[in-house]
Design a protein around this ligand. Structure first.
Ligand code: GLU
Length: 323
């Protein structure tokens, strides 16, 4: 369906090499935008200075160019967006919606309430929300590092229709309770940065891995507080190794750089992914754009996708033989 008003985004974090799972999610984001005739924004999510590296930024650009996934606009990287995030924090603070949290990591582990949905971790028990002004001042004066949290109505639900995962309804408590807007090391939190950026960049469609599903109610809540409209969401299945584990740094052999070095071409990657996800039963390499015309979210199954064990050992061969 043509929709020139559609604005999607590619939002990689330059904290490691892109792997097949990233190629998969970026491909879907790209397909949707290209099919609709909308615009795609590239945004480097280099919020965390300790983990983000210039060499990974360069590698991401190389990988995307190799894949043939292009974008129409580049948004400023998150590392340069401090003033915008500060302004959002100030607006929330002015409404009494934030509070400093002095809990250490260890305290967070022991104070946490019941375990929560999926990737949210245990819910924050709200300990520092109840501190008196005197106690806050004393802890700050003692030099305790402080994070900044958002007051969240715990039973508030944020139902939404995910275009792949289906209808969702989680309470904010199930999503981790009062969440951090700024970490205790001063780094702005992912939830805040992503919402402020999506709002300012006019993003109407968010396509990302299923592991971020549990972030969405938090982001919907923040969006409302900051006066924005919710984008559409598609949380796409993750690509797992043959043991069922998520792809991570230790799967270096499945990075796009390693696959390229092993002799695979981008069309092998897309052909392989299309077969793996059941988007195609016709073997053969595929250019990125080949599926754009017939692309529809309801063609995707929500289940995660498992890679064959042989891929790690003979990646180029396996990618090619599966296609
Ligand atoms: N930068 C995040 C990542 O690489 C994606 C965040 C998002 O799409 O909201 O996992």
């Amino acid at each position: 369906m043509k929709n020139p008003a559609l604005r999607g985004r590619l939002a990689p974090s330059p904290t490691g090499l892109l792997h097949l799972g990233n190629a998969w999610a970026f491909w879907l984001a790209w397909l949707e935008v290209r099919q609709a005739g909308g615009r795609l924004v590239l945004r480097l999510e280099d919020l965390d200075p300790a983990r983000s590296r210039a060499e990974f930024v360069a590698q991401i650009r190389r990988d995307l160019a190799w894949l043939g996934l292009d974008w129409d606009e580049e948004a400023p990287p998150q590392s340069g967006r401090g003033p915008a995030y500060e302004a959002a924090l100030a607006a929330l603070a002015a409404r009494g919606l934030t509070y400093p949290c002095f809990c250490t990591r260890r305290e967070l582990r022991s104070l946490a309430g019941a375990p929560q949905a999926g990737d949210a971790g245990a819910a924050y028990a709200g300990t520092c929300r109840l501190l008196s002004p005197e106690r806050r001042a004393a802890l700050a004066a003692a030099g305790r590092a402080q994070a900044l949290r958002l007051v969240c109505p715990p039973e508030r639900t944020w139902p939404f229709q995910d275009r792949v995962a289906g209808p969702q309804e989680m309470t904010l408590a199930e999503c981790g309770g009062d969440f951090a807007l700024r970490r205790s090391d001063g780094v702005f939190a992912y939830q805040l940065a992503v919402v402020v950026d999506d709002l300012e960049q006019g993003v109407t469609s968010v396509v990302r891995g299923r592991d971020l599903l549990v972030s969405t109610p938090r982001q919907l809540h923040l969006l409302e507080l900051l006066g924005g409209r919710a984008p559409a969401y598609a949380h796409v299945p993750l690509i797992l190794d043959h043991r069922g584990e998520r792809l991570a740094k230790r799967h270096a052999g499945l990075s796009l750089a390693a696959l390229r070095e092993a002799g695979a071409g981008p069309e092998d990657v897309f052909g392989f992914l299309a077969r793996l996800a059941g988007l195609s039963d016709r073997p053969g390499p595929r250019p990125a754009g080949e599926l754009a015309a017939g692309f529809a979210w309801d063609r995707l199954r929500p289940e995660d996708l498992r890679l064959p064990e042989s891929l790690a050992g003979r990646p180029a061969e396996i990618l090619a033989s599966r296609t």
